[in-house]
Write a protein that binds this ligand. Structure first.
Ligand code: DP6
Length: 360
């Protein structure tokens, strides 16, 4: 599958070497992407809050090779240490994007990356990592082709990031991003994420996300395997329809600021994602006992206080606690006193909605 709009003509001769740097955030999906077709095309639309503090910073140095190579030439470092185990993922990424960046074979690349969150936190770094790398590569393309517009730059960066990791296409911009063509979201596309184009109620400004690290180990189910389990899944068709309907619903919620409806939708999405994993073949339970303890505590506290605290989950045991800034004092106190005890080594991360990647 070739997407002609992202094939750019560039003069390969002008540039010999250089360095580009980007810092790119993670994101947390409200309506979840789970299930994909060939070429990283999602089976359903998703929408996410871009985060602010959980970030990957990537420095990409490039040096022109004596002659273009038929093999990609690159090395990867995490926190200064060479990471051979990252290479297959990057190799696959380069393969998927080489038609769109014809200069990939002309340079040796040194990729130096670090995360603001601990590597072994169980927080997926693929969204922030792949989006940062896609942006670095786009910065090289921009040097080769300075005329290109900013709009094109960011759209193509999201397009490329998607080919690295689906959710990464939602990590370029902020504060809310939609991925997947949807009749109610103008400009939305299966090929890249778009900044949410409608009015958002004050209630969602600076929304807080405290991430409780329940299990810091390697993911039990890789996302590739997880997405594949949606093929031939008995409930997949209904799930994809539900996600489409939930995007329409969240559009109303984001406009009216109805936090009770927001909570119901977001928690239902998280539990649906996990129930898809429980009902696939093979089947998985990705929550840990402490995940459930936390969820029950949140529900108890919400009932008692009427405060608008809710949870969401990725495909793992960690819990993202979402709440409005206006209620953050009481909710943060509750988290510290009641919930941190359920975290592995008491570790958690305070984050909030952010505004996207930054060139350094
Ligand atoms: C559960 O983006 O990691 O976080 O495209 O295979 O790299 P790949 O999958 P990935 O899937 C993330 C799924 C999720 C939900 C979401 O972020 O929407």
């Amino acid at each position: 599958m070739i997407v002609p709009q992202f094939l750019t003509k560039i003069d390969k001769k002008q540039l010999n070497n250089g360095v580009v740097n980007w810092s790119s955030p993670s994101n947390i999906a409200l309506v979840k992407y789970w299930g994909k077709k060939e070429h990283q095309i999602p089976n359903n639309q998703s929408i996410s809050f871009t985060l602010e503090s959980c970030r990957t910073t990537t420095k990409l140095s490039f040096d022109r090779l004596d002659k273009p190579s038929n093999k990609f030439s690159f090395e990867v470092f995490l926190d200064g240490e060479k990471k051979l185990d990252f290479e297959p993922k990057i190799e696959q990424f380069f393969k998927r994007i080489e038609n769109y960046l014809p200069f990939l074979n002309d340079f040796h690349f040194k990729i130096e990356t670090s995360n603001s969150f601990p590597h072994s936190s169980g927080i997926a770094s693929s969204a922030s990592g792949m989006s940062a790398l896609a942006l670095c590569l786009m910065s090289i393309e921009k040097q080769l082709n300075p005329e290109q517009s900013n709009a094109f730059f960011y759209q193509k960066a999201s397009f490329l990031a998607r080919l690295g990791s689906g959710s990464a296409c939602r990590s370029i911009e902020g504060d809310i991003v939609v991925w997947g063509e949807h009749p109610d979201i103008e400009g939305s596309s299966d090929l890249f994420g778009v900044k949410y184009p409608y009015k958002v109620h004050e209630n969602f400004k600076n929304y807080q996300d405290t991430i409780l690290l329940v299990d810091k180990g390697e993911k039990q189910v890789s996302s590739t395997l997880g997405h594949n389990l949606m093929n031939n899944h008995p409930y997949a068709k209904e799930r994809f329809k539900q996600a489409e309907a939930n995007i329409s619903k969240i559009k109303t919620i984001l406009e009216t600021g109805n936090l009770d409806d927001f909570i119901a939708l977001v928690e239902s999405e998280a539990l649906t994602l996990h129930s898809m994993m429980m009902t696939s073949m093979p089947y998985f339970i990705l929550m840990k006992p402490n995940t459930l303890e936390i969820i029950n505590k949140i529900w108890e506290f919400r009932k008692k206080t009427g405060l608008h605290i809710c949870f969401t989950l990725d495909a793992g045991a960690n819990v993202h606690i979402l709440y409005p800034e206006s209620e953050s004092k009481a909710i943060y106190e509750f988290i510290k006193i009641e919930l941190v005890a359920y975290c592995q080594n008491g570790h958690y991360i305070c984050d909030r909605v952010g505004f996207g990647a930054k060139q350094l």
